[in-house]
Design a protein around this ligand. Structure first.
Ligand code: ZN
Length: 282
């Protein structure tokens, strides 16, 4: 499939644990949702992409890609660049993500829902970018407008605890953190996972809004014992609800009338000479 075949879509969902276990959105009963194309692979400058699905919510088109980060033979950096390069070609303006996370804040329990407003990137993937043309200011990196829409949709469907702010710390994984690592992170972050960076940088680079809904599926080591079965139960039990929350958020956010500052926090780089040199080589 060549690049001309990338469909136009203004919305995207970067799937995580919830959508992975629910075949999102195919198994949801919503009458305004239609899967338009499936198993789409695109040729990108970073290699062939993982499989995308294109679906519609009313008149809105949505591209989704499930658990793109972990593919054998593809670095996590390239896997992420393939996805966001495709989003840029498609014209994506609003990106939602979801996923299970571990707890760092000792006040959190399993099945708490969090819409984080900040992140701390402890991964070592600092050079993940598409073309380096922009200076990316990471103020309000998680779009305030989309976070509010996610919270409104979550409150309608979930009766448990929902936190409207919090810091997501990103580690490289895939292993979980040791008790000493969780103890060190405590006070600096609330939840820990592996899926908000580099996505949040790449979203800003393509001028798109990015926000996510995360739910706790395990306690950080040293906080409280947890079982793998409980984690699996949360993934499968809550997946349809998470899918519905994402769909409602898409219905309620406009791609063209953005009231947030996300796009203006991307500036032309002042290092033009460096950028031109890199472009010439690339
Ligand atoms: Zn925004």
């Amino acid at each position: 499939m060549n690049n001309q075949s990338i469909p136009k879509a203004e919305y995207a969902v970067v799937g995580g644990s919830g959508t992975l276990s629910s075949n999102f959105p195919a198994q949801l009963p919503d009458e305004d949702v239609t899967v338009l194309e499936d198993n789409l692979h695109f040729q990108t400058p970073y290699g062939e992409s993982a499989a995308f699905r294109l679906f519609s919510v009313g008149k809105k088109k949505v591209l989704t890609c499930r658990m793109h980060g972990w593919r054998s033979g593809v670095t996590r950096a390239d896997a992420s660049r393939q996805v966001f390069w495709t989003f840029r070609e498609a014209g994506v303006k609003r990106i939602l993500s979801e996923g299970g996370v571990g707890t760092v804040n000792r006040l959190l329990d399993l099945r708490d829902f969090i819409v984080p407003d900040d992140y701390l990137d402890l991964s070592v993937r600092k050079d993940v970018m598409l073309d380096g043309r922009y200076l990316l200011i990471m103020r309000d990196a998680l779009c305030p407008e989309m976070r509010q829409a996610l919270l409104t949709a979550t409150k309608k469907r979930f009766t448990g605890r929902i936190f409207s702010r919090g810091t997501y710390v990103v580690t490289d994984g895939r292993h979980f953190e040791s008790p000493a690592e969780v103890a060190m992170l405590n006070g600096h972050a609330d939840i820990v996972g592996q899926s908000i960076a580099p996505e949040v940088y790449l979203a800003r680079e393509i001028g798109a809004c990015y926000a996510g809904l995360y739910f706790t599926v395990n306690y950080g080591e040293g906080i409280k014992k947890w079982s793998h079965q409980a984690m699996a139960d949360i993934f499968y039990d809550d997946a349809p609800m998470i899918g519905e929350i994402l769909l409602e958020t898409i219905r309620n956010v406009d791609a063209d009338a953005r009231s947030c500052e996300c796009l203006s926090l991307r500036k032309e780089t002042l290092l033009k000479d460096v950028y031109n040199e890199v472009s010439a080589k690339g």
